[in-house]
Design a protein around this ligand. Sequence first.
Ligand code: SF4
Ligand code: SF4
Ligand code: SF4
Ligand code: FES
Length: 641
Amino acid sequence: MADNKAFARETSRAPVSQRRQETGEIKKDAIGGDITVNIDGIAVKVAMGTTILEAARMVNIKIPTLCQHDDLCLAGVCRICVVEVDNERTLQASCSYPIFGPINIRTYSPRIRRARRNIIQLLLRNHYGECYSCARNNNCELQVLAKEYGVTSYKFGHIKAPRYDKDQSSYAVERDMNKCILCRRCVRTCIDLQEVGALEAVHRGAGTKISTYMDMPLNDVVCINCGQCINRCPTGALKAKDPAEGIWKAIEDAKKHVIIQTAPSPRAAIGEEFGLKPGTSVTKKLNTAIKRIGFDKVFDTNFTADLTIMEEGTELLLRLKKAIAGKDKSVRLPQITSCSPGWVKFIEHFYPGRLGHLSTAKSPQQMFGAIAKTWYAERNNIDPADIVSVSLMPCSAKKFECQRPEMNSSGYKDVDYALTTRELAGMIKECGIDLPNLPLSDFDDPLGTGSGAGLVFGATGGVMEAAIRTAYELVTGREAPFENLRVMPVRGVEGIRKAQIIIKDTLEQWKFLEGVTLKVMVAHGTANAKKVMDMLCEGQLDDYHFIEVMACPGGCIGGGGQPIPTGPDIRGARIKAIYAEDESLVLRKSHENPVVKQIYEQYFKEGPCGHLSHKLLHTGYTARGKWINVKKTKRGPGSGS
Ligand code: SF4
Ligand code: SF4
Ligand code: SF4
Ligand code: FES
């Protein structure tokens, strides 16, 4: 996937010496362009610079890996991938051995087997944790390797007690460094993919550990709760904070009305937890499973994604009106999306002076929570105090978002529990439910009606696509000029994408937009967001109007709460599933959602961005800055240490 390679190259902040060597431009007929190597007796023709690991994968030869990850630059630290290369005295790490000549390689021999076994046994020597109580049981790369290599005893001994306190300070990510194998995937994820840099390896030799700034609790450093480190950790050293126990209690309490909203990306991914291929959408089977678990109602986050388009789109049009028709120089443009809570915390930490660019619209999760405990409660004569509002999200940062003190505009905590895709899969399995073979069920009324525009929020570029489908039509009275409503210029997986659209023949009330070239941009992964913000700070984006930013690579489908493993191909398959589901729907524009129309007629009578909608559906931000008070060491909620 050429696009994904470009994305990886663009986002890499690793030293040049450690970057993956890109050989795509070498012409096939150039001298040295292709080389034939021999791997376990099989001739393989590869481009110069291809690693032995990549060459082996081309012919389906499996070499074990631990520190290597397709999303990340090379580390070469674990050595589990060693192979024999003719004329090399020592075993070579295949992930970091570029091929520059015709060589003979063996990926399996008694010497290699002994070396790999020793590496696993050395890792297990310092590993403290019990598989049966571990979040990664049955999905742990260390456990799998120990089994595959027949490691059934502790040849080099085994520690008897944990060496480190667990860090449970964060609302989103728990760290247990007793299970860490020092592969540094989390460090590279946090620095390279996300440009946050909350984690680093400290000390040397046997004292090496992965730590935060001044060894402070994760909740007290610049962590944005994105959970991308969890998705790439091979073991249970990192996990999301699981709220399932609280939800089970609410379900068992007959007085409680337990509702769940499900976001689109988990529906395109949860099947992977049940052995289905990536990209298998199970939306309506999931509804059945959720009902069988005991939830009272299952609703669709796409409903409030549609509402987000109405509120955020109106906010943009109002800003444009002030700036263009009113020539008001104080208006902050471009407006930037605010529905990704990892991104919101990133800008609060790293660009606090630019918070005025963020839309004030809450995320769809939080809009849903506010409406559930007001409009929905009133219509159904339910005491909001008895409503337990759960969200199924692809994202660990949503756990932090729903705890923000400002997210209680309904008079109650708007969303009580944010549950990740992995965690809901755990609850379904606990009930012995066979998700892939369930019958289909619809969403419940009235908050179960969502459009395809709300659905494509799940993929990078989706919010922009939904906004264009609606804004263009509202301003011109005509459907956006894209075949089958596919807004191709904003689709794709390049880290940063730009597009523009000329607005012509507007309706009378939008005359100030006549002839305006609307310039938009899309970024995913906060490393790309940082590039966008640096351009913005340098004044390079003064002529842009709207920017979509998602904290996670690929957008929500690559969120930190999604099934593990992740990688470019898996994310690509999930994105395809989202677009395919969009095209299967009749309702594909947010402003055509009949329940959205109804809520503006009956409840938010002043329309989008009116007083009541402002109170319930909009929010404010906190300028945090990145300088942390090092004296502040108090542990946060749920601290167990
Ligand atoms: S990290 Fe892996 S090996 Fe360790 S306890 Fe968890 S499942 Fe077992
Ligand atoms: S959750 Fe995100 S920001 Fe926090 S440590 Fe992990 S990768 Fe870094
Ligand atoms: S926490 Fe996980 S990803 Fe990070 S170094 Fe340890 S094992 Fe590797
Ligand atoms: S996978 Fe090659 S050194 Fe770790």
